[in-house]
Structure formats: C-alpha cells, structure tokens
Design a protein around this ligand. Structure first.
Ligand code: ADP
Length: 254
C-alpha cells in the first residue's frame, strides 16, 4: 500500500503543479492584454494622435479604464495569495452578521442605483454570531452582492437574506434576477479565471477571481458555498457557516 500511496501522492502533486502553472499563465495573459492596449495607445498619442484633441481625450479615457482593470486584477491576485497563506488557521473573532451585511449593502448602494436596482435586506436579528475575520467576510459578501448587481437585470432587486438553519448553521443568501447560469458551469464557477462569458465579464469590469476568493475565504471559515440558478430567472449564492453558541460569545470576551 505504501507504493500505491506514493503513486497517489505523486499524481495529486503533479495536478497541483499543473494548476499552479496554468494559474501563472492565465494571470500573465490577463495582465498582458490591458498592458498591450496601454502601450498601443501611448504610441498613438505620441504619433498620429498627437495634435488631435478629441481623439486624445477619448484615448486617455480608455487608458484609464485599462489601468483600472490591471489594478483590480493585481488587487485580487494579492487577496488570493494572502488568503491562501492563511488557509489553515481558522479565524476566531466573534461576529454578528446582520450589521456586517448592512454595511456591505450600504457601500454597494451607489452601484445598485446606477442600474436602478434595489438591495433588499431580510435580516433576522436573532441569528447567532459566527467565528470569522471581519474583513474577509465583508469581502465575501461584497463580491457576491457586486456580482448580483453586475449580472442582475436593471430595475430588479438583489435580495440579501440572513437566517438560521438546523444543526447549528447560519445561512446568508444573495439572490439576483438575472439571466441565470447554465447548469454545466456551476461546478467550475469558483475556479480562478473561470467565466461563463469572458467578454461580458470583462466588459463589466470583472477579473474572474471574485468567486475563487469567496471560496477560499469560506473554506477557511469551515463554511460551504451552495449555488442555485434557474435560466431566465436568476441565481442565488448561499453561504453556510457554523454558528457560535451564545455561551462562547461571553467566554470569548477578554
Ligand atoms: P467575474 O469577475 O468575471 O465576475 P467571478 O469569479 O466573480 O468573476 O465570477 C465568475 C463567473 O461566474 C463570472 O464571469 C460569471 O460568468 C459567473 N457569475 C458569477 N456570479 C454570477 C451571477 N450572480 N449571475 C450570473 N453569472 C454569475
């Protein structure tokens, strides 16, 4: 069995190695594309468009967007690597989720308004707290609500729900009214750079890393991510986390 075990380890090691190599290749490609476009526009501004004021203004706008895209990508790559490094130590801050969700929703209100959308909160105040890292959980809900706004139809609602489930679990659901996600894509959605429609994701300013970050943070919190989607109706992303019993809430205080 030792030989079988070694063989098995070798296979998973090779798989991990291949995933790492793919990731570096993907990340480089994602960064190279906006960089190539920036270099192209710089050449044009130094040459043909030098004295063309309206063209210059238009090109600078595009350049700002491309630079923004690079900067978001680098930010997400950094988040991902930081979370990976911490993956094995479990966060222990005791957190009430209702105020945290209200804060995230308030921060995303302008984005929702821009698409004439509304973020509707259905937060049960009696839900027990969870053990977590505040910044990381904020990032999870920010990414999920941000996606619900991006992929939801204009003038619809994004519903954010907080409730309790049997067996000591807390559930946070984020539901949108968008086009939905074809079933065959669901299992791969949290892979880095996996997108259902790459052009659409990029147009909307996506990096393709949001759900990978979400998944890593939830794993670190011993939670689960469940995705349900219906074509033409929309999707719901559910985060389930173990709750902290009231007792340890008081004993956790210094
Ligand atoms: P992105 O930056 O591209 O949005 P994510 O990792 O956040 O990357 O999501 C991966 C892909 O999953 C997206 O490109 C999109 O195709 C799909 N997706 C995520 N959230 C939703 C949603 N609420 N509705 C429809 N599709 C979604």
């Amino acid at each position: 069995t030792a030989a079988v075990l070694a063989l098995h380890d070798l296979t998973s090691l090779r798989k991990a190695e291949k995933m790492r190599a793919d990731f570096v290749a993907n990340a480089s490609h994602e960064l190279r594309t906006p960089l190539a476009s920036l270099v192209g526009f710089i050449e044009t501004l130094l040459g043909p468009a030098r004295d063309d004021e309206p063209a210059r203004v238009r090109f600078l706008g595009i350049m700002r967007d491309q630079a923004g895209r690079m900067s978001r990508l680098i930010q997400d790559l950094l988040s991902l690597s930081q979370i990976e490094m911490r993956e094995h130590d479990q966060p222990s801050e005791v957190l009430a989720l209702a105020p945290l969700l209200r804060d995230v929703a308030a921060a995303l209100e302008p984005q929702a308004k821009a698409k004439k959308m509304q973020i509707r909160l259905e937060l049960s105040e009696t839900v027990p707290p969870v053990a977590g890292a505040r910044d990381e959980l904020m990032q999870v809900f920010q990414n999920l609500i941000d996606n619900a706004i991006k992929y939801g139809r204009a003038e619809t609602q994004v519903e954010v729900r907080l409730g309790e489930r049997d067996g000591g679990w807390v559930e946070i659901g984020i539901r949108d009214h968008g086009d939905g996600i074809p079933r065959e894509h669901l299992p791969r959605l949290t892979e880095r750079f996996y997108r259902v429609d790459s052009a659409r994701s990029r147009d909307l300013g996506g990096t393709g890393l949001g759900l990978a970050i979400v998944k890593h943070i939830i794993n670190r919190h011993r939670g689960r991510l469940v995705i349900e989607s219906e074509m033409g109706k929309g999707s719901e992303f559910m985060v389930r986390m173990p709750s902290v019993p009231e007792k340890s809430k008081t004993s956790a205080a210094p």
